[in-house]
Design a protein around this ligand. Structure first.
Ligand code: GCV
Length: 734
């Protein structure tokens, strides 16, 4: 049994070591503008500081696990920066009998029970959930941050710090009195899977990344300096993200070389303290192209053995490895079709190799033929995911997750929800959202995507068709596995953060990463709540700043849509080049299938069952009825589902062509309006970010005019119909 003296010495050592750790974590970051993103922990105003100083100034850890230590360091760092007060730290496996005094207590529910058998939240915490609770422990007022797991404790700490940073009252606590006795907030994540994907190439470039080079790779190797990778993991953890796939889905087989796995292990080491599981994208042909076999046929036993050995090797180096992401038979990537096998054959052979270690396979539903015959009006790329995967429902192992893009084409500014969400009932699924703004302005245009994502996630697929008035299958519940009682599922975001000081190439674009994490945690949060949180954390609580930035962000998707791609028309950006500039004809007359079918008579893809490609027939019956009928189809998706003449009258009362003219002029005006809105907060935020962002809005205003003029000219050229307001056409008064 250790002596009292040795316990005290150990405790003192733990305190000093933790304080040193916290300081090391704090200093270099603070100097970098933008790098802190929403984790700025600025000094609180005197009133809020006075209130929060009533928190105990001692923190007790109920265990000494790595993630719990991170939680404590983050708490110490946050409170020190915001309140200017250092926390006293006790890191020990506290015994029931020796616990005394006021403290912030960090631990899992299991450890908390040792301390007090009566303390338990109203609903049992499972997985990564957390509970913030003020309670008396052995007579002393304490604030408990408990988790279902260590990771849950870390998320609870971030939630507490977020509340304090926003000088918001913690749930049920009166800010005026901060009556600790009433603090009681329990949160449970909506789904197990809350992952990001990075499309980083091993040479250091990031496909569709607009925030500089890779934070993981350079010149074919893992970077020697992984400081940014660790900071990325911290950002991810702060919004509840628990997994990160570090390399491009167009995967280089070399990622699975023994020597590379060794290097990748170093990235896992900087993720681990933050509870972020590392995973890899893999090329299905790896057993052949780098593994020495003469085949990669998923049904060949040698191939199964190869994947098994590879998985074992990875888990030896990375015991908490998350699993693999697979893009196959897509955009030129090899896949099971080479051997006449199915995606289920391919996914399962890998899943079985991962299964003993607890790993999962994300098999992407983005499988399509990019050599479609565009002459054939029945061909339709939108049908591909459902056609390929629906027949295989039930054939995938239970550690396979089908990763489905939000819409059936490819991250366009407006698409309906993919019918595959409703097409899989005996298979796990996850929604794939694109945080990096490939088709939505590449971070050079403001486009806050949470309102768009929410429309898709809230869309009711009517999977049971029981009652017309009750939602029975919103996409968020389908992917979370709640409708068909699946063992796993959830949310994946393609993030593509890079080495730029502000991570994404634009400080305002970071709202999309924040929003993704918050929605993955709780898709029922409103866009207004999410952007309010982000703005306060990133720019502080000045009411004018909050009002201005939240209003701009919330309107930005519609503004961008109105000058780039209204009425669900599809791809008007240049698809053969940068996916950014206007290039409305580039999507036509080629095999990629991002067609809008605009000609001199009309515009839009006829996807009806009656006369078109039949795509609408992939939805459950009630949804089919909504989209099949011209009369019911919502204006904003009209051209996605129907081919109509330019003079067709919308529900709004405008003709299609007039809508296109008006929306482009209105959108460009609103983009110009962003400049004056932003100027209104001059002097209310720091000069550096003010100027940087002002220049971006001035650029965007110019680009919106470029878009407006290009699309209006194009549509006028096709339709020959002049703008009623005289802005477009031969008699244009412009
Ligand atoms: C990584 C789109 C992008 C590609 C991307 C692909 C995918 O086509 O333009 O860069 O490839 O989607 O999601 O696999």
């Amino acid at each position: 049994m250790p002596s009292i003296g040795s316990i005290h010495r150990a405790l003192r050592f733990a305190i000093v070591a933790t304080l040193i750790g916290a300081a090391a974590l704090t200093s270099p970051l603070a100097a970098e503008t933008g790098a802190e993103a929403w984790l700025r922990y600025s000094k609180l105003n005197p009133r809020a500081a006075e209130v929060y100083r009533r928190l105990p100034d001692r923190v007790v850890l109920l265990d000494d696990s790595l993630v719990l230590k991170t939680a404590q360091q983050e708490l110490s760092r946050g409170l020190e920066q915001m309140l200017g007060r250092a926390l006293q730290v006790e890191s020990s496996s506290v015994k029931r009998s020796s616990f005394a005094g006021k403290a912030i207590v960090l631990g899992t529910m299991k450890d908390l029970h040792v301390l007090s058998s009566t303390l338990r939240p109203p609903h049992e915490l499972s997985g990564d959930g957390y509970w913030l609770k003020s309670a008396k422990i052995h007579g002393s007022e304490c604030l408990i941050v408990a988790g279902g797991t260590d990771r849950g404790v870390l998320y609870g700490v971030f939630a507490l710090l977020s509340n304090i940073s926003r000088a918001e009252r913690p749930a049920a606590v009166d800010l005026a009195t901060l009556d600790l006795a009433t603090m009681d907030e329990e949160q449970q994540p909506y789904a197990a899977v809350r992952w990001v994907n990075q499309w980083d190439n091993l040479d250091g470039r990031i496909e569709r990344g607009y925030g500089g080079p890779s934070i993981f790779f350079a010149e074919g190797k893992v970077r020697s300096d992984l400081i940014r990778a660790g900071r990325y993991a911290r950002l991810l953890a702060s919004i509840g993200i628990n997994g990160c796939t570090i390399n491009n889905v167009n995967a280089a087989p070399g990622i699975l070389e023994d020597s590379f796995i060794e290097q990748v292990g170093r990235i896992a080491e900087v993720f681990r303290p933050w509870g972020v599981q590392l995973s890899l994208s893999v090329d299905l042909s790896s057993p052949k192209v780098m593994g020495g076999l003469d085949t990669f046929d998923p049904l060949d036993p040698r191939v199964a053995e190869w994947w098994r050995k590879k998985a074992d090797e990875i888990y030896r180096r990375i015991p908490d490895f998350g699993g693999f992401v697979v893009k196959a038979d897509s955009e030129g990537r090899l896949g099971p079709s080479t051997y006449g096998r199915t995606p289920a054959d391919a996914a399962n052979v890998i899943a079985r190799a991962l299964k003993p270690h607890g790993g999962v396979v994300f098999y992407r539903a983005f499988v399509y033929n990019h050599h479609l015959d565009w002459h054939d009006l029945k061909n339709d790329r939108a049908k591909a995911a459902y056609d390929n995967f629906h027949p295989l429902d039930g054939a995938f192992d239970d550690n396979v997750i089908i990763q489905i893009k939000n819409g059936p084409i490819d991250f366009q500014v407006r698409e309906p929800a993919s019918p595959l969400f409703a097409g899989l009932r005996r298979t796990n699924e996850a929604i794939e959202l694109q945080i990096t703004q490939e088709y939505t302005g590449q971070q050079r245009h403001l486009c806050f995507l949470v309102p768009m994502w929410k429309e898709v996630m809230d869309f009711d697929m009517r999977v049971h068709d029981i009652r017309a008035d009750a939602p029975d299958g919103p996409v968020k519940d389908l992917v979370a596995g709640r409708v068909f009682h699946r063992p796993t599922g959830g949310f994946v975001g393609v993030a593509n953060l890079g080495m730029d000081a502000n991570w994404m190439g634009s400080p305002l674009a970071m709202a999309n990463l924040y929003g993704f994490g918050r929605l993955a945690w709780d898709p029922n949060l409103s866009a207004e709540k999410i952007i309010d949180e982000w703005t306060r954390l990133t720019f502080g609580g000045d009411p004018l700043v909050v009002k201005t930035i939240t209003a701009m962000q919330l309107s930005s998707w519609h503004v961008y849509e109105s000058y780039t791609g209204p009425l669900g028309v599809g791809t008007l950006t240049n698809i053969v080049g940068n996916h950014y500039d206007p290039g409305p004809q580039s999507s036509e007359e080629n095999g990629w299938g991002q067609w809008h079918r605009a000609d001199h008579q009309g515009i839009g893809m006829d996807r009806t069952v009656a006369t078109g490609t039949g795509y609408i027939g992939q939805y459950p019956p009630e949804v089919q009825t909504l989209y099949e009928s011209l009369a019911k189809c919502p204006d904003e998706l009209l051209l996605f589902f129907h081919h109509v003449p330019y003079g067709y009258v919308l529900h709004s009362g405008k003709t299609v062509v007039q809508h296109v003219y008006d929306s482009h002029y209105e959108g460009a005006d609103q983009a110009r309006g962003f400049v004056s809105q932003w100027k209104g907060i001059e002097g209310h935020i720091d000069e550096e970010r003010y100027r940087d962002i002002l220049a971006r809005f001035q650029y965007q205003a110019g680009q919106a005019v470029v878009w407006r003029d290009a699309i209006c000219k194009w549509i006028y050229g096709l339709s020959g119909i002049q703008d009623e307001k005289g802005r477009v056409g031969i008699n244009s008064r412009k």
